[in-house]
Ligand binder design. Structure first.
Ligand code: PEP
Ligand code: MN
Length: 365
């Protein structure tokens, strides 16, 4: 599924003076005062470069607050003029795109509910095409890498190259401590398919509460994500949307002071040592694979021998004893019982499969 995206490097269009890149602001713009006070608080934090705010709010059920609409765009213009922060809003249709661009919004984002629908993505993408405006693409609600990647590819094929992916977690039927399960393997896979694509974490929508924000951000940064989009409100308790997950600008500053920025690579001595250890691992893996292949050859030989002597494949007594002995030996060498058991189990399954093949093979002699 390798992808051939053409992406403009983030630092070319959104250089930052303090790491990591932070996009912050309320879930929703509610009134001019709330927007301005939040923005003034955020502008004091060096890492905050962009002010976010929902203007048109996609709500699960109608009847609740659905955003202030286009009049909020004027407040964002004021934020930009008075604080120097760049601004970003969610767009869900071509009209939103036009209005946001008319009001000088700097970056647009496509929300999780729109990304699931390729028709919407196409329409929004066509409205953006021709304007040199960057776009952030949240992951779809459902844990499906192809839909996320597909939306990004669709925008890219319309000529948009300033793209950021935003990881906001996935709706998941199993109960998890998160509002949206992070399923980190999905953004990791996206990064490995598209190494040039910047990815931000949205810890607010992943967590759904304030308590887990710090470890979630730390994990994302340790996975080499480029920064975050985080919901911030001057008075979270009074927020009209997502009140449980919003934090004040002061709380954001505190979280940012607590995160640890680890480097991708260290100094030369570190890199050399790492390289040495990695080549040792490569060599050991090579040996391990060779040993497994040799073991399977012996297993096949036993299969052949059993076939000639009309003996059954699975000999439970022998298997149980082998398992006991190996687990004991493994534990002595510091391996965990679970690990050695699951390893042997899968080696055993493959061995049985190989013997079945031997049994079914027509005799050549
Ligand atoms: C938001 O960022 O306010 C939002 C609605 O997010 P999502 O599309 O990820 O649910
Ligand atoms: Mn929200």
């Amino acid at each position: 599924m390798a992808s051939q995206l053409k992406i403009t490097p983030l630092e070319k269009w959104l250089p930052v003076s303090a790491q990591p890149l932070v996009i912050a602001g309320p879930c929703s713009a509610e009134n001019e005062r709330q927007v301005m006070e939040t923005a003034v608080g955020l502008a004091e934090i060096p890492q905050v470069r962009v002010f976010r705010s929902g203007i048109w709010k996609p709500r699960t059920r109608p009847g609740s607050f659905e955003g202030v609409g286009a009049k909020g765009l004027k407040w964002l213009q004021k934020v930009k003029a008075e604080t120097g922060l760049l601004t970003t809003v969610e767009v869900a249709n071509p009209r939103h795109v036009e209005e946001a661009i008319d009001h000088g919004i700097d970056i647009l984002w496509i929300g999780a509910r729109s990304v699931v629908n390729p028709f919407s993505v196409q329409e929004i993408g066509e409205a953006i095409a021709g304007h040199d405006i960057p776009v952030m693409v949240k992951n779809p609600l459902n844990p499906d890498l192809k839909t996320w990647l597909g939306a990004i590819e669709r925008l890219n094929s319309l000529g948009l190259e300033k793209i950021i992916a935003v990881h906001r977690g996935f709706s998941f039927f199993n109960h998890t401590p998160y509002r949206n399960a992070p399923m980190w393997e999905i953004p990791i896979e996206l990064k490995s398919l598209c190494p040039d694509l910047p990815i931000l974490v949205d810890p607010s929508h992943i967590c759904g509460n304030r308590e887990r924000l710090l470890p979630t951000i730390q994990k994302a940064l340790d996975l080499e994500m480029n920064g975050m989009m985080i919901e911030t409100h001057i008075n979270p308790a009074a927020a009209l949307t997502d009140k449980n997950q919003q934090i004040t600008p002061e709380q954001l500053a505190k979280i940012l002071s607590e995160i640890i920025l680890r480097r991708e690579t260290g100094n030369l001595e570190f890199s050399n040592k790492l390289e040495e250890l990695r080549s040792e691992i490569d060599k050991l893996d090579e040996e391990l694979i060779e040993i497994l292949a040799r073991r399977m050859n012996v297993v096949e030989e036993i299969g052949h021998f059993k076939k000639v002597n009309k003996i059954t494949i699975l000999q439970l007594k022998r298997w149980n004893k082998l398992l006991r002995d190996r687990v004991e030996a493994g534990i002595k060498l510091g391996l965990s019982r679970e690990f050695i058991m699951s390893l042997l189990q899968s080696v055993h399954e493959e061995g049985i499969q190989r013997q079945i093949e031997v049994m079914n093979r027509p005799d050549s002699d």
